[in-house]
Write a protein that binds this ligand. Structure first.
Ligand code: NAP
Length: 281
């Protein structure tokens, strides 16, 4: 029987997830479908219940539903509990709903793949942003062994709240600052992670100079549309290692596909090229 799964969000038309999961379904010859599900905020819980009853294996969940998915799940993995957000809902045979967050694992895997596992080990990382993705990024950077994570956010209070909330869950030191402090901290930064929504297609670029970063620093931008942001372009032009967030998107999908369809997929250059082509179109 065909196994259905999908991604729930609003808007969802431009999501790459159907293409990503569709690629693996075809590659592994699996009898499954993966569909985009445009679900408005107020319809989320009713829609999820209907999809569960209709036999869906589960759902990926994106903006604006990650907190609502957290509230619906009867069991949660550790990352979902700590971040308060769920990006993967699994419908179990006994009728219960499991919630997981695979963003932190996805980012850690992608950073390690792009820059090596020790890029921030024992060093200082700067995290730009203090929204939902920043929560997952703190867990990822802590797991990569960062000694200190400096959260730099436009609204200063939000960064401080985030540092306070997540500090008990990580062994590295979390501090918070505004963008005005950036030039001071830049010189001791090994890795910069952009988890703001600035630079995304349709949003203004991030107004940040990388001039004071050491030549050994690396820059990871969670934004993957466009493939090159003003931040990664600036880093490239300065000769710094830099990459956008497509690898994170792919890596966070690996455990979702495995949970839906029972096969752990391999990430190949061909898959990446297929997604890059879709983004460039
Ligand atoms: P969010 O909760 O809305 O948070 C947005 C953050 O961006 C806030 O900290 C906000 O600061 C900051 N911000 C927005 N515009 C800014 C600007 N012009 N200058 C400086 N800071 C600005 O969003 P999110 O869900 O965390 O997502 C953040 C980004 O990560 C998005 O681009 C999203 O696409 C990306 N993402 C990528 C992946 C992936 O797989 N690659 C996964 C998840 C998310 P204030 O607090 O001051 O408003």
């Amino acid at each position: 029987m065909t196994v259905p799964a999908g991604v729930a969000g609003w808007p969802i038309a431009h999501s790459l997830s159907p293409r990503l999961h569709g690629y693996w379904l075809q590659e592994y010859g699996i009898d499954g479908v993966y569909v985009p599900l445009p679900i408005a905020r107020e319809d989320f819980s009713v829609a999820v219940d209907g999809l569960r009853r209709a036999g869906f294996a589960g759902l990926n969940v994106t903006v604006p539903h990650k907190e609502a998915a957290f509230a619906m799940a009867q069991t949660l993995d550790e990352d979902a509990r700590i971040t308060g957000a769920v990006n993967l809902l699994l419908f179990h045979r006994d009728g219960t709903i499991g919630g997981r967050n695979t963003d932190a694992m996805g980012l850690a895997a992608s950073v390690a793949e792009e820059f090596g596992p020790d890029v921030t080990h024992g060093k200082t990382a700067v995290l730009l942003g203090a929204g939902g993705a920043a929560r997952a990024a703190i867990l990822a950077l802590a797991r990569l062994g960062a000694a200190k994570i400096r959260i730099v956010n436009r609204s200063h209070g939000k960064g401080e709240t985030l540092a306070r909330q997540l500090q008990p869950h990580v062994s590295c030191r979390l501090t918070a600052a505004g963008f005005e402090d950036w030039p001071v901290s830049a010189s001791e930064t090994a890795l910069v992670v952009n988890a703001t929504s600035a630079g995304m297609k349709g949003n203004p670029p991030l107004d940040l100079s990388l001039a004071a970063l050491p030549a050994t620093a690396a820059v990871y931008d969670l934004v993957y549309n466009p493939l090159e942001t003003s931040l990664t372009k600036q880093a490239r032009e300065r000769g710094l290692r830099s990459v956008g967030g497509l690898g994170m998107l792919i890596q966070q999908a690996v455990p979702a596909f495995a949970a839906f369809y029972g096969v752990t997929p391999t990430v190949t250059p061909q898959l990446r090229a297929c997604l890059q082509q879709a983004l460039a179109a």
